[in-house]
Design a protein around this ligand. Sequence first.
Ligand SMILES: [Ca+2]
Ligand SMILES: [Ca+2]
Ligand SMILES: [Ca+2]
Length: 205
Amino acid sequence: MRTAIALLATCLTTSAQVPTETDGLLRVEAEDFDRQELTEVREWRIFSTGAHAEGASGGAYIEVLPDTRTSHEDRLIRGENFTNEPGVMAVVAYDVLINSPGRYFVWVRAYSTGTEDNGVHVGIDGDWPESGRRMQWCEGKNAWTWASKQRTADQHCGVPGQIWLDIEQSGSHTVMFSMREDGFEMDAWVLSSDPGFSPEAPSAR
Ligand SMILES: [Ca+2]
Ligand SMILES: [Ca+2]
Ligand SMILES: [Ca+2]
């Protein structure tokens, strides 16, 4: 009995462990979110089977569904299958611990199969700064692809180095992602204080 209690205590401690930034780096599996909100129209669902899950780290990923706009021919309905406004639809939240305040560049590993499932917004603590809007993927169709690019009026495929969160105080924070295009799939994400960071380096996998 005592062993069982000790084991239970260990499990509880482990599952309650908050992802913690170390040496300017934090990596979190997308499927390990703490909660989601504003899910009336679209919601994030966890997948741990199928071809996309096989290539996902941790064997799982999340996708914002349903996906009613899969090609440019499908009608764009704002507030339903698309929203350029961050924080208003399908917000998924991750509680984290940040030791070193500062600017953190955000990278996401995404799987896109078309042109209408390749954008997402990122924010922090309920705040949605301009530097977290319109993360965009063009390259790497039908494959898990790390990127950190912001779609702009001039560059629809996104500009590197423009996606970041400024964290002014150490301690507990909540990193949030919200839908831009339905059907978007997310495997994992990274915060890095290094502007030259690339998640493709073996140490980050
Ligand atoms: Ca879509
Ligand atoms: Ca999809
Ligand atoms: Ca994953």
